[in-house]
Design a protein around this ligand. Structure first.
Ligand SMILES: [Cu+2]
Length: 228
């Protein structure tokens, strides 16, 4: 893959991530505008002599360059707050799952379905099949239905971990003795990867998150095929 594309966000697969990318792009436009304005001013100051012997004060200009940044900051702060509230909004969820971080694997629980639970370990590089991603594949991956509001309860068994899936805009700390929750809905089928995002020990890099998002009918047959 080209390095340039690796600098971008992954394609958004949930409404939350779409909002985050919109906000990022908007904030970047404002930042580039300010950067250009200041840059041009610096050049002018370097090359021209803006001096005036009788210059003492200029109230109008000072008022303008105080008030304009206030509005610019407001224009950034308000959409930012909107996204912040959107991230934490607990919509009615139809499926609740629990994820526990361990040194160094994740374990998932589906309390709605016969207390289904399993551990998810990384597949070592030597065991990978062709086309699989190094350090990202797991032996058991999380399976969830598409277009369904899911609530994920996140905690940890030993040290602090963080459960994160960038293309879904998910990142939540897994803290021992504390239940954090995150709500999300994936709006397309596919396989999504993430990694532990809290330095949690020597194998921190080797506890990936793999999410298989499938249609509801597949999800039901997957549950039916499990030997519980
Ligand atoms: Cu971890």
């Amino acid at each position: 893959m080209l390095t340039w594309f690796m600098l971008n966000f992954q394609d958004a697969s949930s409404a939350v991530m779409e909002q985050l990318i919109f906000f990022h792009d908007f904030a970047m436009i404002v930042i580039i505008f300010i950067w250009a304005l200041v840059g041009v001013n610096l050049l002018f100051i370097c090359y021209f002599q803006f001096t005036y012997r009788f210059f003492n004060q200029e109230q109008t200009v000072e008022t303008i360059w105080t008030v304009v940044p206030i509005f610019i900051l407001l224009a950034i702060a308000l959409p930012s707050l909107r996204v912040l509230y959107f991230l934490d909004d607990s919509f009615d969820s139809y499926l609740t799952m629990k994820v526990m971080g361990h040194q160094w694997y994740w374990s998932y629980e589906y309390p709605y379905f016969k207390n289904l639970s399993f551990d998810s370990y990384m597949i070592p590089t030597k065991d990978l099949m062709t086309g699989e991603f190094r350090l990202l594949e797991t032996d058991n991956s999380l399976v969830i239905p598409v277009s369904m509001q899911v609530r994920m309860i996140v905690s940890a068994g030993d040290v602090i971990h963080a459960w994160a899936v960038p293309s879904l805009g998910l990142k939540v700390d897994a803290v021992p003795g504390r239940l954090n929750q995150i709500n999300f809905m994936v709006n397309r089928c596919g396989i999504f990867y993430g990694q532990c995002s809290e330095i949690c020990g020597s194998n921190h890099s080797f506890m990936p998150i793999k999410l298989e998002v499938v249609p509801m009918s597949y999800f039901i047959s997957w549950l039916g095929n499990l030997e519980l």
